[in-house]
Design a binder for this molecule. Structure first.
Ligand SMILES: [Fe+2]
Length: 255
């Protein structure tokens, strides 16, 4: 079975991603979070609500708060993107991703931290494409128990999911949840993103991750032969990605 893993589109143009998917012809497409931008509530970015910040070292926390201040000093209107920006980066791009990807293969989607405030309309539009929406829930498909552990994890649901029989594939946007909740479980395959490869990669090591801080343990690739971390499909910050191309990850399961 061929699985395509897509993460962190962040409402950018999905054209290239769709071309890759059309060429690869996967059996299933797993969208593991941050496809839409719903990080803003009532017009303002919600700060200090990231569930992961509490786990970072004090040095990493100072670093990320400093970066956020610099970002807001240089881009005070970031919460209100310009009309020109909105022409290229908008929800319609993400809806189009779900519509077109669903014509290629069955899509499963679990929301990430940038989708914390997804709307009923988002849910409806996405479901109408045939995509299976997994927010702390699971579905059985072609012999696989596919689950989605969201940014606000429901550990009661996770316990129920783990008790279910069969091959378990979990979409989990946050790779830092692996050590916290998943390492000692028998989940067969865990697909995540969130880290954007650590933005800059030197000698196979990412530099920074929201949620894990500086020099993150899980920023890219395959760990323990079951946690796959995608570097994502867009660049959302003004800092260039270095040694860290955007990617669609293709995974082949063999019996
Ligand atoms: Fe994320």
């Amino acid at each position: 079975m061929k699985i395509a893993l897509i993460t962190d589109l962040h409402e950018y143009d999905p054209e290239y991603v769709l071309q890759v998917l059309a060429g690869e012809k996967p059996d299933m497409i797993c969208a593991a979070g941050d496809i839409l931008e719903r990080h803003i509530r009532d017009g303002y970015e919600q700060q200090g609500e990231d569930p992961d910040e509490g786990d970072m070292s004090i040095f990493s926390r100072i670093f990320i708060r400093g970066l956020t201040r610099i970002k807001h000093a240089f881009y005070p209107d970031m919460e209100h993107p310009s009309e020109e920006f909105a022409r290229y980066v908008n929800s319609e791009n993400s809806y189009r991703f779900f519509r077109e990807a669903s014509k290629i293969a069955q899509v499963f989607y679990s929301p990430g931290n940038h989708e914390r405030y997804y709307t009923d309309q988002d849910r409806q539009v996405i479901r109408e494409t045939g995509t299976v929406f997994l927010d702390n829930s699971d579905a059985f498909w072609k012999g696989i128990r596919v689950g989605g552990l969201s940014s606000t994890p429901d550990l009661d649901w996770l316990r129920e999911y783990m008790a279910r029989p069969g091959y378990k594939l979990l979409l989990c946007h946050h790779p830092e949840f692996y050590d916290k909740y998943l390492k000692d479980t028998e989940i067969d395959l865990i697909l995540s993103g969130h880290v954007h490869g650590g933005q800059i990669r030197i000698l196979e090591q990412g530099i920074f991750s929201p949620g894990q801080g500086l020099f993150p343990k899980y920023s890219h690739g395959c760990h323990d032969n079951r946690l796959v971390v995608s570097a994502g499909t867009s660049n959302t910050v003004s800092l260039p990605r270095w040694g860290n191309p955007c990617e669609v990850v293709i995974i082949e399961l063999t019996s």
